[in-house]
Design a binder for this molecule. Structure first.
Ligand SMILES: Nc1ncnc2c1ncn2[C@@H]1O[C@H](COP(=O)(O)OP(=O)(O)OP(=O)(O)O)[C@@H](O)[C@H]1O
Ligand SMILES: Nc1nc2c(ncn2[C@@H]2O[C@H](COP(=O)(O)O)[C@@H](O)[C@H]2O)c(=O)[nH]1
Length: 211
C-alpha cells in the first residue's frame, strides 16, 4: 500500500538562516540526526576552522586563491562574503540529488538565500530563525565559546542588519526553547514535502486509483 512517503518526489532545498548565534547550526544538526531523507549541503569557506570543526563535514576549508578559482570555474550555486570570509554552495551534488528525491539542508546567509531563490525558486523553502531577544543572542555567542571578543562584537554589530532580512523568508520561527523550535521547523519540512508540485509520482498513483 502506498502513502505519501513512498511516492516519487522531487527533493527540496531547505534553507535555514539567522543572525549569527540564533541557533541554526543546532537546529540543522538535530534535523540531520533525527529526520530521514535530508542531507547537509556542505559549504566551502575561507574561514579558519573552529575547534572541533571537521574539514569536509562542517565545511570544506580552502584558501582564497582556491575559492576564487572555484568561482571562476562556475563550481558554486551561490557564493557571498560574510564577516570578511568567502562562503559558497557547491553545485555538483545538489542538482542530481534533487532529481533523485534527496532533500538538502542549507545553513547560509540572506545573500545566498536570495541567489538560490532567484535560480531555483520552486525547489527552495526559506526558514528564518530569530533569537528571543538581542541579549539572548549575545549570551549564546559567548556561551558557545568558539569566537574571540572581536569576532563576537563584529557578529553583534551585524545582527540587526541580518534581522532586517526576515521578510525575505517563507517561514519565521523564534528560537526560545530549542525543542519547540526544532518541532516547528520539522513540521515545516514535513508539510513542504507534501506539496503537490514536488510529488512527481502523483500522476501515476491517482491514475491507478481511478482505474
Ligand atoms: N534555544 C536555545 N537556548 C539556549 N541556547 C541555545 C539555543 N539554541 C542554540 N543555543 C546555543 O547557542 C549557541 C549558538 O548556536 P548555533 O551555533 O547553533 O548558532 P548559529 O546561528 O548557527 O551561529 P553561526 O551563524 O555563528 O554559525 C550554541 O552554543 C547553542 O548551543
Ligand atoms: N551565502 C552563504 N552563506 C553561508 C554559507 N555557509 C555559511 N554561510 C553563512 O555564513 C555565516 C557565518 O557562518 P559561520 O559558520 O562562520 O559562523 C552564517 O550566517 C552562515 O549561515 C554559504 O555557502 N553561502
Amino acid at each position: 500500500m502506498a502513502d505519501s512517503s513512498n511516492l516519487a518526489r522531487r527533493g527540496l532545498m531547505f534553507i535555514l538562516s539567522s543572525p549569527s548565534g540564533a541557533g541554526k547550526t543546532t537546529i540543522a544538526r538535530k534535523l540531520l540526526a533525527e529526520v530521514d531523507g535530508i542531507g547537509m549541503s556542505v559549504s566551502v569557506t575561507t574561514r579558519a576552522p573552529r575547534p572541533g570543526e571537521v574539514d569536509g563535514k562542517d565545511y570544506v576549508f580552502v584558501d582564497q586563491p582556491t575559492f576564487d578559482r572555484m568561482v571562476e570555474d562556475g563550481e558554486f550555486l551561490e557564493w557571498a562574503v560574510v564577516f570578511g570570509n568567502s562562503y559558497g554552495t557547491p553545485k555538483a551534488e545538489v542538482k542530481q540529488g534533487l532529481k533523485d528525491g534527496q532533500d538538502f539542508l542549507f545553513d547560509i546567509d540572506w545573500q545566498g538565500t536570495q541567489q538560490l531563490y532567484q535560480r531555483m525558486e520552486v525547489d527552495v523553502v526559506r526558514v528564518f530563525i530569530l533569537p528571543p531577544s538581542i541579549g539572548a543572542l549575545e549570551s549564546r555567542l559567548r556561551s558557545r565559546g568558539t569566537d574571540s571578543e572581536d569576532v563576537i562584537q563584529g557578529r553583534m554589530d551585524r545582527a540587526r542588519a541580518e534581522i532586517s532580512h526576515w521578510d525575505g523568508y517563507d517561514y519565521v520561527v523564534v528560537n526560545d526553547d530549542i525543542d519547540r523550535c526544532f518541532e516547528q521547523v520539522h513540521h515545516v519540512l514535513q508539510a513542504e514535502r507534501l506539496r503537490r508540485a514536488r510529488q512527481t509520482g502523483l500522476v501515476d498513483f491517482t491514475r491507478k486509483l481511478m482505474g
